[in-house]
Design a protein around this ligand. Structure first.
Ligand SMILES: *Cc1c(COP(=O)(O)O)cnc(C)c1O
Length: 397
């Protein structure tokens, strides 16, 4: 046992506390939904789940999972290529690729793994990866694990992206891939996919989009940011999660051409060296996708809720980031204010979490709210009322 090691860890944790950057985890005592109970018995409105379509506690989704437990058992106890592939895994891979407009797809136990295992098998040192500076940690890590030349463009800055493309061409990159979040999860903004795809065509680059905050509810049919921007068929590789709008349990996927998926199944390390998804999650996700297709009113409601809530909060004088996406960040600047505000909101019955360094840049602390299709007008009005009270008492508005 090295005393100095543990001392160093102690110091680091104390520093995080001192800087008001310590994140504590609240215990929830009910299923995930628009209104939840905390472990101390307090009822609060829930404005921080990724449960965009309210499927995390949906009866049909739960029933599909429960039936699968009976029919298929609990776990696969194997990776996919050994004995971890049930026909439902292939069914979901086919369903996801068909729904999203791709030749095939590959499942992972998380989108973090999908992004982590995507780049290394497909791109080598002769290639170039051009990444948005605000991309999700999992994309950044995935790129780090790959030997390709790395370029980073300023967030959503198309001239910065074009400079990177030119540089990569000058450096004689064999293949170039542009990697971006479809929706930036801290800001609620969309990548400029139409322009990105145009630049990709001009420079003969591939496009990779992580659509975790879009699959199922962004775009007319819920097919995500490519549909939202009318660039279906132009995004070469699409990654996504089963852990947000599609029921919220866990799981991730990559959609691509058939040969790309084939190679990933041979070489992608988080796929080869990690357990298969539980069949109950797979069948519940198939049910969630069916709801996405059959109940477009959920998408209409989340849109309505988002526009209504943003309008009212703007009127009150809050500074919001993003556009028309249910991720609604209320900008505060200072981490301490964000901590205080989130505590005061909770006290009044609104659960919304403060985000600060290192998940957002220093000085850009915020409360990130997330709306769902299942928030009622009453719940939205109550939340707005609480925000007004707390905002005034903390002199934010
Ligand atoms: C949530 C998220 C992930 C990780 O997804 P998991 O399935 O939870 O691992 C990856 N990328 C983005 C953009 C996300 O928002």
């Amino acid at each position: 046992m090295s005393k100095s090691f543990y001392n160093l860890i102690d110091n680091e944790v104390s520093q995080i506390v001192e800087d008001n950057l310590f994140k504590s985890e609240r215990l929830i005592a009910t299923p995930q939904q628009a209104s939840i109970k905390l472990i101390d018995g307090k009822d609060v409105l829930n404005f921080c789940a990724n449960d965009y379509l309210g499927l995390a506690n949906n009866q049909l989704v739960k029933k599909a999972a429960a039936e699968s437990l009976e029919d298929d058992g609990f776990g696969m106890a194997s990776v996919r290529f050994i004995c971890g592939t049930n026909n439902v895994h292939r069914e979901l891979e086919k369903k996801l690729s068909e729904f999203l407009g791709y030749e095939d797809s590959i499942l992972y136990v998380a989108c973090f793994d999908a992004n982590g295992g995507l780049f290394e098998p497909l791109f080598g040192k002769e290639d170039a990866i051009i990444s948005d500076s605000l991309n999700h940690a999992s994309i950044i890590d995935g790129i780090r694990l790959c030997k390709a030349e790395r370029y980073r463009y300023q967030h959503s800055d198309m001239s910065s992206l074009e400079q990177c493309l030119q540089q990569a061409k000058e450096n004689k990159a064999r293949h170039i891939v542009i990697a971006t979040d479809g929706v930036f999860s801290m800001d609620g903004t969309y990548a400029k996919l139409d322009q990105i795809c145009e630049l990709a065509e001009k420079y003969d680059a591939l496009v990779m989009v992580d659509d975790c905050h879009a699959t199922g509810f962004v775009g007319k049919n819920g097919k995500g940011t490519p549909e939202h921007f009318g660039v279906e068929g132009k995004v070469d590789i699409l990654t996504g999660t089963l852990g947000k709008a599609l029921g919220g349990a866990s799981g991730g996927f990559i959609c691509a051409k058939e040969n790309v998926v084939q190679l990933l199944k041979q070489r992608s390390r988080p796929y080869l060296f990690s357990n298969a998804l539980s069949p109950s999650i797979v069948k519940a996700t198939l049910q969630a996708l069916e709801i996405v297709e059959n109940e477009p009113d959920r998408r209409a409601r989340i849109k309505e809720n988002t526009l209504y809530f943003r309008e009212k909060m703007n009127e009150l004088g809050f500074t919001l980031k993003g556009e028309s996406h249910p991720i609604t960040p209320v900008m505060l600047g200072d981490a301490e204010i964000a901590q205080k505000m989130s505590a005061a909101l909770l006290e009044k019955g609104l659960y919304a979490v403060g985000f600060f360094y290192p998940v957002v840049p220093k000085g850009q602390a915020r409360i990130r709210l997330q709306l769902t299709s299942e928030h009622t007008k009453n719940q939205l009005d109550k939340a707005i009322e609480i925000f007004e009270e707390v905002g005034k008492s903390l002199k934010v508005i």
